[in-house]
Design a protein around this ligand. Structure first.
Ligand code: XUL
Ligand code: CO
Length: 455
């Protein structure tokens, strides 16, 4: 398969050159039986099926990411690249980038991915100067424009890689050197504008190296002020150019730095408030980042929903045994169902989507592994969405929660929340009415059993 693409002219590789699948993965329903001609089909991802009044495709808004699937070569801290894709390694870097784009859009087409996401440095080679890098990017943008037109694939979000190059080793916006801040600003301006021209629905700022290794060399107060300034510059520019996408921050507590400033949803919200940005910036949440911060994914989604800053999801998972960001494809139905349940309760994913910020294990070296990983993850999320729909429509869980809080709908509860009771007034009421609260069971085990009945 690799030879086929190697031999093919760069920009016109035939559609099935790189992957062995002939036809895009189709919806065949739960009874699907694999055959040699059709080894893989969607059993649940029926994109036109209505789920709570919306097409499944519009509820889920799947995106395939460029960096893990096409940029990353399968390295680990001990091992060299294991994938050896035809566009990795030697060759004219721009020809390699074009070849990579062919394979990427081939995958999008084969799995019927409605969206994709990219970093600037993954899609085009870095030049000797920023001007040169931007020119490279501009050439790829033209290719993307054409391919997006041909395939109907849309851009969920773009982002600038402010972490790979050594100039960013001490951070981008939070760097002790303002020249690095300026360079990062210039890079973000370029990618934000590119995202705008490609009609991206969001622009993501992943903290990358916005954090520190030791306080011995760090002025934390200054760095936070720099980060706030940077984010304000991005928001100002968004409005200046008329970009209607959401600006998103991706919380993560650690890795690559020991401490990352965008620790979790609560921290990011406080930061946005402090810089007057709580109505301008939302969050892009990721399961393993939540776990690393000591939260469940559902917690982060529910909190973001409650604060009105739920933007989008990076849909991968971590490993329960490992304390680092493994970026695996989701494959746990109850986990993903609870995720979708919280998303639906928060009002849906809106302008965001479910981006597979997930990478193959480095022994999954066949190009077809990319097809299987994405398609099966999409099908699992679709199945989870149907479970969540059932949970909502049945309503038993929500009825329980309502009943648990119903006291707050009584006269006393409402008056307290509306600020009509001082501490003094409450003390008087409790003494006068001889109020003695009656503890009630929270029934956790019963509810866990109920939740299991939907999976
Ligand atoms: C880093 C991470 C990134 C962002 C995009 O942990 O999740 O892949 O999603 O830069
Ligand atoms: Co991510």
């Amino acid at each position: 398969m690799m030879q086929t693409l190697d031999a093919a002219p760069v920009a016109t590789a035939p559609h099935t050159a790189y992957f062995s699948l002939r036809q895009p993965v189709a919806f065949r329903g739960e009874g699907f039986q694999p055959t040699p001609d059709e080894p893989l089909a969607y059993r649940y991802y029926d994109k036109n099926r209505l789920v709570l009044g919306k097409r499944m495709e519009d509820q889920l808004r799947f995106a395939t990411c460029y960096w893990h699937s096409f940029g990353w070569g399968g390295t680990d801290p001990f091992g060299e690249p294991s994938f050896q894709r035809p566009w990795h390694g030697a060759g004219d870097p721009m020809a390699q980038a074009l070849r990579k784009a062919d394979a990427a859009f081939d995958l999008f087409r084969l799995i019927d991915s409605p969206f994709f996401t990219f970093h600037d440095r993954d899609v085009a080679p870095e030049g000797a100067t920023l001007r040169e890098s931007n020119e490279h990017l501009r050439r790829i943008e033209a290719v993307f424009e054409r391919k997006m037109d041909e395939t109907g694939v849309r851009l969920l979000w773009g982002t600038a890689n402010l972490f790979s190059n050594r100039r960013y080793m001490a951070g981008a916006a939070t760097n002790p050197d303002p020249d690095v801040f300026a360079y990062a600003a210039a890079q973000v301006k370029n990618v934000l504008e590119m995202t705008h021209r490609l009609k991206g629905h969001n622009y993501v700022l992943w903290g990358g190296r916005e954090g520190y290794e030791t306080l011995l060399n760090t002025d934390l107060k200054r760095e936070l002020a720099q980060l706030g300034r940077f984010l304000n510059l991005v928001v100002e520019h968004k409005h200046r150019i008329g970009f209607t996408g959401q600006i998103l921050i991706e919380p993560k507590p650690a890795e690559p730095t020991k401490h990352q400033y965008d620790y979790d949803v609560g921290t990011v919200y406080g930061f946005l408030k402090a810089h007057g940005l709580e109505n301008e910036v939302k969050v892009n949440l990721e399961q393993n980042h939540a776990l690393l911060a000591g939260h469940t994914f559902e917690h982060e989604i529910a909190l973001a929903g409650a604060l009105g800053i739920l933007g989008s999801l990076d849909m991968n998972r971590g490993d329960e045994m490992l304390g680092w960001d493994t970026d695996q494809f989701p494959n746990n139905l109850p986990q993903v169902a609870m995720t979708m349940y919280e998303v639906l309760k928060a009002g849906g994913i809106g302008q965001g989507g479910l981006n597979f910020d997930a990478k193959l294990r480095r022994q999954s070296i066949d190009p077809d592994d990319l097809v299987w990983a994405h398609a099966t993850a999409m099908d699992l999320c679709a199945r989870a969405l149907l479970v969540a729909e059932k949970m909502l429509q049945d309503g038993a869980l929500q009825r329980h929660v309502q009943a648990r809080y119903q006291g707050w709908d009584t006269e006393r509860g409402r008056a307290i929340l509306q600020g009509e009771r001082s501490l003094e007034a409450l003390a008087r009421e409790v003494e006068a009415d001889a109020i003695e609260p009656q503890p009630r069971s929270a029934q956790q085990e019963r509810l866990e059993h109920l939740a299991n009945s939907y999976f």
